[in-house]
Design a protein around this ligand. Sequence first.
Ligand code: PEP
Ligand code: MN
Length: 338
Amino acid sequence: MVVVLEKNVTEKQLENVIKHLEDFGFAVHKSTGVEQIILGAIGVQPNFDIRRVKILEGVAEVYRITEPFKLASRSFKKENTKIKLGNIVIGDKDVVVIAGPCAVESEEQIFILAEIVSKAGAKILRGGAFKPRTSPYSFQGLGEKGLKLLRRAADKFGLLVITEVMESSQINLIEQYTDIFQVGARNMQNFSLLRDLGKAAKPIMLKRGLSATIDDWLMSAEYILSNGNQNIMLCERGIRTFETYTRYTFDISSIPVVHNRSHLPVIADPSHATGLRDKVIPMARAAVAAGADGIMVEVHHDPENALSDGPQALLPEQFSELMTQIKAIAEVIGRKLV
Ligand code: PEP
Ligand code: MN
């Protein structure tokens, strides 16, 4: 249930409404907007009579939410969530670019790529140190050594860092090196990990599960939000369909759907979605045109010898070309690159 308070609600009335909601058995989350305070009353009570809240002093409107997610919903929070990191903001007007290799492979590799992507205009360096590979025999990442290299390379070129966390036991370690935690598609419904990330102090990028509906995805965001962490961005990375030409099917339509249903920013990942280098640029263009708040792409200077995902990595010159193209597209829809 969403409770919108009167614009001139007093502190006493607000406290009284919160107390009533708690007495009725709801957990209460307060959101203070520019104009009004909105309360999210969390708890499943299908037969609750909302008039019991409507009659309280200071209450302007009460809405029952039919969506299964509440804190993630646009009806709970009208304004877009804006995530401030250093001197950039994700989820505002500008489009942010996250780029880098699939995995951190060596000092030389990550420093070369950090320089390439920063010179082309990316603001956030990606690179996995703990890799969720389909096969246990594939390269699993460099672990803490990879985190250290990623941080040093990012710092040298003035970039922020995003890297994947695969399990709760890694949170404290990764938090020392990263600016954003990435939750991979395979972990989208690892609810204990999501709960623990809800208590982390840094923003989360939550990738859409391989076969997750948009509601499933937003419910996973709800796990993080309801545990306290409000800085979440979602990442569309393609879903499994019957089509086999591309690795997954890039669901571009999820971008406007999520923007309509939720206040959370959406990043698009055309690299994992298509799995093929030559499909990444057109899909990145489409994602920016569809309103994505950012894109994340894999880049490698020697993809033939990459330890993971070489076939989908853009070559450095392709990445520069992509930046030029999406800059122009962003301008057409009244945005610019961060
Ligand atoms: C990644 O971004 O490194 C990754 C493994 O992607 P996904 O979880 O979307 O497969
Ligand atoms: Mn990858």
